[in-house]
Design a protein around this ligand. Structure first.
Ligand code: ATP
Ligand code: MG
Length: 431
């Protein structure tokens, strides 16, 4: 289907008059693009209409750059919740600015967007290779973070006062929207200030981005919890192990962790509403047949089953009902009602997972994201997100990336594979 709204055009501050000081690297061709669609069926309508199919700009170092590296100051800010790999990204951005481009003034804004507002009195720290050399061994973010909105006018006032030329924002959906308001204010003032976002969402729910950093580490770290749930379940009469994982709107972590583990019998995600009566019935059948069960539930699943308070956090995110506790209580009541003894163990490892240092896979991914973010900023691109698509790094306009959330397609091959691994839809009919 043709989608005329798919505009991957990236904003540019101006012409590139400086030659990159990088040596011995493969520079990206300015015209190099990656197709958004990869199947012939999706491409056909564009070809039939004589239109160019939608494509994304490829990331990478450019031969000609916009900023005079000798005069340039840069800033980095991290916002929202923790996610494995934030420190790796900070380190990679600092190292690339310093070693690839010779930028010497790099400011680390503290406590998220709050640190970008002067009257909050949290002055930025100076980041150097020495200051960041070992930070990727640590979980969390050395710059600390915050939630809650800040005024774009005040933030740009302070950036202007400090002479920042490129601002790197590391954060999720809210941070991207905040970064877009900064970019809009910068544009209104006609400043040569680039805003480059590096998407941080452990839930992997950003559109036009195949995978975000921290996801692989989260899935790997979730294995401890699922294995513990399985041991607890098999170690008791009618044992049930229940694990709640991250995933407010998209159940990618729960689903991928289920595929990786292979011990999960029921995987519940926000994308696929479930009927609690059916679930109890299947759980009864499973206990009768096998004597134990493992359930993995994403935090945003089954919200329609609970009384939602409508309360929001300081960033405006709706507070979710606790599906883990709800399921625990519902399962216990159900089996008490039918006078069947069970032993249920509930595990919520979310904060342990979020604060992990990045694993090997994510560390390399974060390094490349950080380097490519610097290349994008140095080339004068702005109001954009560093994405990854079909194993390549790309540039995506922030407006497109925040258009909607990426979710599991309940009719797609991925979810079908998860169901095939849990067997939660029932075994094959007896022959
Ligand atoms: P997480 O995935 O952990 O929620 P996030 O980046 O979405 O990460 P938030 O706390 O939701 O984290 O938002 C980060 C920052 O962006 C906060 O300071 C928040 O107030 C700000 N923000 C959120 N939405 C907007 C918006 N629409 N416009 C401007 N700023 C926003
Ligand atoms: Mg958010």
């Amino acid at each position: 289907m043709l989608d005329p709204s798919l505009d991957f055009q990236i904003e540019q501050l101006g012409s590139c008059h400086f030659t990159s000081p990088m040596r011995g690297v493969q520079f990206a061709d300015e015209n190099e693009r990656l197709l958004y669609h990869s199947s012939p069926e999706d491409l056909r309508p564009y070809i039939a209409a004589g239109l160019e199919p939608p494509s994304m700009e490829r990331a990478g170092p450019r031969q000609q750059i916009f900023f005079d590296r000798h005069q340039l100051s840069c800033g980095i800010v991290s916002c929202g919740g923790l996610c494995p790999g934030i420190n790796n990204v900070i380190r990679a951005v600092v190292m690339s600015l310093y070693h690839h481009y010779g930028v010497r003034r790099i400011l680390g804004f503290r406590y998220g967007f709050k640190g970008l507002v002067k009257r909050h009195d949290v002055p930025p720290v100076i980041l150097s290779p020495d200051a960041v050399n070992h930070i990727s061994e640590l979980g969390g973010t050395i710059l600390a973070s915050s939630r809650g909105p800040q005024d774009a006018v005040e933030m740009v006032d302070y950036l202007q006062e400090l002479g920042v030329g490129i601002l790197f924002t590391i954060g999720g959906d809210g941070t991207l929207k905040g970064a877009a308001t900064i970019a809009a204010e910068v544009k209104r003032r006609g400043l040569p200030l680039s805003v480059i976002a590096i998407p941080k969402t452990i839930d992997n729910d950003i559109c036009f981005v195949n995978k975000t950093f921290g996801f692989e580490t989260a899935v790997a770290a979730a294995q401890n919890a699922i294995n513990a749930a399985h041991s607890e379940a098999t170690g008791a009469f009618n044992g049930i192990g229940l694990v709640k994982l991250m995933g407010r709107d998209s159940g990618f972590i729960a689903a991928q962790a289920t595929l990786v583990n292979g011990q999960v019998n029921f995987c519940l995600t926000p994308e696929e509403p479930f009927n609690p009566h059916e679930l109890m019935q299947k759980l009864e059948e499973r206990l009768t047949r096998r004597g134990h069960a493992v359930i993995v539930v994403a935090e945003g699943a089954g919200q329609e089953l609970m009384t939602v308070t409508g309360k929001r956090d300081s960033s405006g995110n709706l507070q979710l009902g606790d599906i883990g506790e709800w399921l625990r209580d519902t399962i216990k009541s159900h089996f008490t009602e039918i006078k069947t003894e069970i032993t249920l163990k509930y595990i919520d490892p979310s904060y342990i997972i979020r604060s992990q240092p990045a694993n090997a896979h994510d560390s390399a991914f974060c390094l490349l994201l950080g380097h490519n973010a610097v290349h994008a900023g140095m080339s004068g691109r702005t109001n954009m997100v560093l994405g990854s698509w079909n194993n390549q790094f790309t540039h995506i306009p922030i407006a497109l990336a925040t258009r909607q959330r990426k979710r599991i397609d309940p009719k797609g091959w991925f979810w079908s594979s998860v169901l095939a691994s849990t067997g939660q839809q029932g075994d094959i009919a007896e022959l």
